[in-house]
Design a protein around this ligand. Structure first.
Ligand code: PRX
Length: 671
């Protein structure tokens, strides 16, 4: 194992809790997934995906070739086919006579609602596509979307897809600086944003961050953005740049509600989504159209057992993350599902808000993150018990390892002890679910994502890339190309190869540690690189370190993810301060001041989600003789454990100093 070995609970602890829940006969009898799918895909993997692509996606020109892997590691799937993702997500359902079916039950945080049918969606997306075209957006142009969870967010993404303009959604919680660097990297032509959104009972602003992100800055090239399309949500006053800024409700309302989709090649870029890697610079993960749509639709149908005519589906993820892309927008809509879209937080105006929504809309499939489940556990089971949750029939989990206790609570309290729970492992890079039980087929195990889906080849290997035997641990790899795989890092093919394909010859290295149990089932154990997972959000230690050292008072910084009961991991920073600031931090008031200054600085540089939970001021950092920071030891300190083997340190007294110095450091406020 490398220096950053996984921090998740040991396999022994996990297995201690293990019980398998076989599917009920009734569920199995009506399930979309069938055991034969594994056999079929094993016998003819490409044939399996070609069938899925033909069955679940509409093609303008059918493909004749399934996979071209000659340019490995850049795959081409269904390359000679043409299609349009928005047509697949919207128009074809209207053409099939389902125009009156509800696509989206929108619920705003203040309680306002909006019901959008597939026919409504077709008109809205067409109008928005015409409005974008009128602003000069054409096939291939990039559009950045910086919006809260609104119907317009889904419409904006689909409008881009409709004209073949790759979108790049930036999570609304990222700062102006983070937005600026993403806009610059993607060389976006248009930004779609809102005046703001509702969060925790109050309007919060978004437009000012866009204004700041687009403002001229010394030493940086002028922005490529020509227009900003602004959704009015909160009626807040906004600064207005004449000629650049355009109101959505004016431009879109005035546009024609008929628009001919632009047919694109299967390999045409659908979107770029930035995610944190092991370096300071976020990576623009590139996804294309045909393969991505195929795997999103196939997994959404089979992993959640979707029955489009009768189910009400709800994925709580924000569209700013990949889960929102694949399982709010492209998967469910391609399958013609009816879904709930909720703008706000689970505890506004009360801690039963989610369960109230499940009852109100009769949600039958719920997909959320372990961190949310653990938060609800903390609030107490009498809260969900106050609502009728009997409509639920499948529960999904994503984003981080789910501990068996949370899994069991989810099944028992939310699922009435009958619903299958599917723990789904995947990544921004994989585009769609890769490892998960199939409800109706797999006997589920609390805490394990278990098996690669049909048509997916996953394995756990040791340092020499050898598959580990059952009962062994190592690194998770993917050994065959899959339809929704990333096609690269925007503008940086070499970084794509280095990051994912250089660790093990011919294998995709996911960055996760994993183990196989005695049945061969896979248990995910957390990242083995410098990526943290805080509340299911992916953050880079290096990126936060860069943010910290960009502050004048910081000489050096090291960041670790410390285990946290609710959020999975929490950001803990160790900093060496410059000159007199080190003395300032020596007093209780000064220490609190320094903490706040640095936390706000990280929020400004990256976003509030990246703010360290604790900042510890230290005189030295533990480094190896080659100068590498030993984060493992810092994690021991951050988790209040005895410090592990420090023999490779250049100066072994450093850890004593750090541990001794902790008494003078107060933890920061929690938020
Ligand atoms: O470490 C794994 C963890 O989240 C990482 C991917 O993060 P991101 O690209 O932001 O995508 C999150 C949503 C798909 C993975 O490398 N992860 C995701 N799902 C699971 C998980 N870890 C354990 N179990 C999961 N089900």
């Amino acid at each position: 194992m490398p220096e950053n070995e996984p921090t998740a609970p040991s396999l022994e602890n996990l297995l201690h809790e293990t019980r398998a829940f076989p599917p009920s006969a009734a569920f199995a009898a009506q399930a979309n997934a069938q055991p034969s799918m594994y056999e079929d895909a094993k016998a003819d993997r490409l044939g399996f995906w070609a069938d899925q692509a033909r069955e679940l996606v509409s093609w303008e020109r059918p493909f004749t070739q399934t996979l071209d892997w000659s340019g490995a590691p850049v795959a081409k799937w269904f390359a000679d086919g043409t299609l349009n993702a928005a047509y697949n997500a919207v128009d074809r359902h209207v053409e099939a006579g389902h125009g009156d079916r509800v696509a989206i039950h929108f619920e705003g945080e203040p309680g306002d609602t909006r019901t959008v049918t597939y026919a409504d969606l077709q008109r809205e997306v067409s109008r928005a596509a015409n409005a974008l075209a009128a602003l000069g957006v054409t096939k291939g142009d990039r559009v950045v979307i910086y919006l809260p969870m609104l119907v317009e967010s889904v419409v904006a993404m689909l409008a881009c897809a409709r004209i073949g303009a790759p979108h790049s959604v930036v999570f609304g919680g990222f700062s102006a600086d983070a937005l600026r660097s993403r806009i610059a990297d993607a060389e976006a032509k248009v930004v779609v944003t809102a005046d703001g959104g509702y969060r925790r009972g109050a309007p919060s602003a978004l437009k000012p961050a866009v204004d700041a992100a687009l403002a001229p800055k010394d030493g940086e090239p002028a922005t490529t953005v020509e227009h900003v399309l602004v959704v009015r949500r909160t009626e807040q006053d906004v600064e207005w740049t004449e000629g650049r800024d355009v109101w959505w409700h004016e431009a879109v309302a005035a546009a024609d509600d008929v628009h001919e989709p632009v047919w694109v090649d299967a390999e045409h870029p659908l979107f770029i989504l930035y995610t944190s890697g092991t370096t300071g610079k976020p990576k623009g993960i590139l996804h294309t159209t045909g393969g991505y749509l195929t795997q999103c639709a196939s997994t959404h149908k089979n992993v959640f057992d979707l029955k489009a005519e009768s189910d009400v589906y709800w994925c709580t993820a924000d569209i700013g993350w990949v889960t929102g892309h694949s399982y709010v927008v492209y998967g469910p809509l391609t399958n013609g599902a009816t879904q709930v879209l909720y703008e706000g937080t689970p505890d506004t105006p009360h801690r039963g808000r989610w369960w109230e929504l499940v009852e109100k809309y009769q949600v039958s499939i719920l997909y959320t993150a372990p961190t949310a489940i653990r938060t609800c556990m903390k609030w107490g089971e009498d809260i969900p018990a106050g609502f009728d949750l009997s409509s639920l029939r499948v529960l999904g989990s994503v984003g981080e390892p789910i501990n068996p206790e949370a899994w069991m609570w989810y099944r028992r309290v939310v699922g009435g002890d009958t619903t299958p729970v599917v723990d789904t492992w995947w990544q921004t890079e994989t585009g769609a679910i890769m490892i998960s039980p199939l409800p109706g087929v797999t006997a589920t195990k609390p805490g394990s994502a278990q098996v690669a889906l049909p048509g997916i080849a996953a394995d756990v290997v040791d340092d020499e890339a050898h598959s580990v035997p059952d009962g062994g641990g190592g690194y998770l790899v993917l050994s065959e190309p899959w339809p929704a795989m990333l096609r690269g890092i925007w503008g940086d093919l070499q970084r794509f190869k280095d990051t994912y394909w250089s660790r093990f010859e011919g294998l995709y290295f996911a960055g996760d540690g994993a183990k196989k149990d005695e049945d061969g089932d896979i248990w995910l154990l957390g990242r083995v690189d410098d990526v943290m997972n805080v509340s299911g959000h992916r953050l880079s230690t290096t990126e936060i370190e860069s943010a910290l050292v960009s502050h004048d008072i910081v000489a050096e910084a090291a960041v670790v993810g410390a285990a946290d009961e609710t959020t999975g991991q929490a950001v803990v920073a160790f900093v060496i301060l410059r000159g007199e600031h080190a003395e300032r931090a020596g007093t209780p008031d000064g220490a609190a001041q320094v903490q706040e200054e640095l936390r706000s600085h990280v929020a400004k540089e990256i976003g509030p989600i990246a703010k360290p939970r604790r900042i510890l001021v230290v005189a030295e950092l533990p480094k190896t003789r080659s100068g590498k920071i030993m984060r493992r030891l810092l994690r021991d300190v951050a988790e209040n454990r005895a410090v592990g083997d420090a023999t490779t340190l250049a100066d072994s007294s450093v850890m004593d100093l750090i541990s001794a110095g902790l008494a003078t450091n107060k933890p920061g406020s929690e938020d």
